[in-house]
Design a protein around this ligand. Structure first.
Ligand SMILES: *[C@@H]1O[C@H](CO)[C@@H](O)[C@H](O)[C@H]1NC(C)=O
Ligand SMILES: *[C@@H]1O[C@H](CO)[C@@H](O)[C@H](O)[C@H]1NC(C)=O
Ligand SMILES: *[C@@H]1O[C@H](CO)[C@@H](O)[C@H](O)[C@H]1NC(C)=O
Ligand SMILES: *[C@@H]1O[C@H](CO)[C@@H](O)[C@H](O)[C@H]1NC(C)=O
Ligand SMILES: *[C@@H]1O[C@H](CO)[C@@H](O)[C@H](O)[C@H]1NC(C)=O
Ligand SMILES: *[C@@H]1O[C@H](CO)[C@@H](O)[C@H](O)[C@H]1NC(C)=O
Ligand SMILES: *[C@@H]1O[C@H](CO)[C@@H](O)[C@H](O)[C@H]1NC(C)=O
Ligand SMILES: *[C@@H]1O[C@H](CO)[C@@H](O)[C@H](O)[C@H]1NC(C)=O
Length: 282
C-alpha cells in the first residue's frame, strides 16, 4: 500500500517536471521590453490606458495572434479608437514557431506592461509593438537595445571585427533584393587558427520601404561599431529594424523546439509514464 502511494506520488512529480520542461522549452526566448518607450513618434506619458483602451487592445492583440495562425510572418493592424500595432517574426523561423511566438508575446506583453498605452517587446524569434500614436510607416531607431556575448578584449578592430562589419554591410546592401526586408548570410574568414564561418542577419518591419529600412539598419551599424568590434557576437535591436552577428551559423538550425533533456533510463521509462496516464492517475 505504502509503495503504491509512493509510486503514484513519484510519477505525479515526474509528470509535473516533464510538463514544465516541455512548456519552458517551447516558449520564445525573451530579450527585452519597454513599456511606454520614447520613440520617434511618441514621448512617454504617465496617462494610464482606460478600460475602453484596454479592451480594444485585447481585441487587437487577439487579431494579431490569429494572423500569425494564418501564417503571416508580419502584420500591422489598428483599432478604430486609435491603437496601432504590428508584429514581425524572424525571417527564417517556421510558421509554427512564428505562431507560438506571437501567441506568447500577446499574453506576455499585457503581463509585463499592464495598462500602458504603448509597449514593445523582443524575443529571439519575433517582436511585437503597439501604441496610441500612429507609428506605421515611420522608421524608428529608438529605443535601441544592444546585446553582445563574450568580450574578445581587443584594443583595435582586427580581421574578425572587419569581417563582421563587411558581412553586415553586404547584407544591408542586398536587403532590397527580396521584398521581405530580410537578409541573412554566411561568410568564411581565415584566421591563424584556420577557417571559420560567421553568420549575419538584418531585418526590418515591413510597414517601411526599402530606403527607410537601409537607413534604419545603417544607423544601427553606427551603434555596432561603437559597442561591438571587440565582441564575438552581437545584436542591435530597434523598433523598425534589427541586426545580428555571430561566429557560428544561427539561422541554418532546425526550428527551435528542443526536446527535454533525456532522463536517466532507470528513472524515466516512457512506458511507465504512458501507462500511468492511461490508468487515469492524472
Ligand atoms: C478612454 O481612452 C480612449 C482612447 O485613449 C478615449 O478615446 C476615451 O475617451 C477614453 N474614455 C474615457 C471614458 O475616458
Ligand atoms: C500554415 O503552414 C503550415 C505549415 O507550415 C501548414 O500546415 C498550414 O496548413 C498553414 N496554414 C494556413 C492557414 O495556411
Ligand atoms: C508557411 O505558410 C505559407 C502560407 O500558408 C506557406 O506558403 C509556406 O510554405 C509555409 N512555410 C513553411 C516553412 O511551411
Ligand atoms: C499597415 O500599415 C500600412 C503602412 O502604414 C498601411 O498603409 C496599412 O493600412 C496598414 N494596415 C492595416 C491593416 O492597418
Ligand atoms: C577579457 O578580459 C576580462 C577582464 O580582464 C577577463 O575576465 C576575460 O576573461 C577576458 N576575455 C577573454 C575572452 O580573454
Ligand atoms: C562555411 O560554409 C560553407 C558553405 O556552407 C562551407 O562550404 C564551408 O565548408 C564552411 N567552412 C567552414 C570552415 O565550416
Ligand atoms: C520611403 O518612405 C519614406 C518615409 O515615409 C519617404 O520619405 C520616402 O520618400 C520613401 N521612399 C521611397 C523610395 O518610396
Ligand atoms: C567563436 O569564438 C570563440 C571565441 O573566440 C571560439 O572559442 C569558438 O570556437 C568560435 N566558434 C566558431 C564556430 O568559430
Amino acid at each position: 500500500m505504502f509503495s503504491l502511494q509512493y509510486n503514484i506520488t513519484f510519477l505525479s512529480l515526474l509528470f509535473a517536471v516533464f510538463s514544465i520542461m516541455s512548456s519552458v522549452s517551447s516558449q520564445p526566448s525573451y530579450i527585452k521590453h519597454y513599456c511606454n518607450p520614447k520613440t520617434e513618434t511618441s514621448n512617454p506619458t504617465n496617462e494610464a490606458a482606460n478600460a475602453t483602451y484596454q479592451s480594444s487592445l485585447t481585441v487587437l492583440l487577439n487579431s494579431l495572434s490569429s494572423k500569425a495562425s494564418q501564417n503571416f510572418s508580419f502584420y500591422n493592424d489598428s483599432s478604430n479608437i486609435g491603437i496601432y500595432s504590428l508584429y514581425l517574426c524572424r525571417g527564417d523561423v517556421s510558421n509554427s514557431t512564428c505562431q507560438t511566438c506571437i501567441s506568447f508575446a500577446t499574453q506576455d506583453i499585457t503581463t509585463r506592461c499592464p495598462s500602458y498605452k504603448s509597449a514593445i517587446i523582443w524575443y529571439d524569434q519575433c517582436m511585437l509593438r503597439y501604441s496610441d500614436v500612429n507609428f506605421l510607416g515611420v522608421a524608428s531607431k529608438e529605443p535601441q537595445h544592444t546585446w553582445w556575448n563574450t568580450d574578445r578584449n581587443i584594443s583595435a578592430p582586427d580581421q574578425l571585427a572587419l569581417n563582421a562589419l563587411s558581412l553586415l554591410y553586404d547584407l544591408i546592401a542586398n536587403v532590397e533584393t527580396i521584398d521581405l526586408l530580410y537578409e541573412t548570410g554566411v561568410k568564411e574568414v581565415t584566421l591563424s587558427t584556420g577557417p571559420t564561418n560567421s553568420s549575419g542577419l538584418v531585418q526590418c518591419t515591413r510597414d517601411i520601404n526599402v530606403s527607410s529600412c537601409r537607413q534604419c539598419l545603417s544607423g544601427l551599424m553606427d551603434e555596432a561599431k561603437k559597442c561591438c568590434e571587440s565582441k564575438i557576437g552581437w545584436r542591435v535591436l530597434a523598433p523598425s529594424c534589427n541586426l545580428r552577428y555571430e561566429n557560428y551559423s544561427f539561422t541554418a538550425q532546425p526550428p527551435v523546439t528542443p526536446l527535454p533533456p533525456p532522463l536517466p533510463q532507470s528513472i524515466f521509462a516512457g512506458k511507465v509514464y504512458f501507462k500511468a496516464r492511461a490508468g487515469g492517475v492524472f
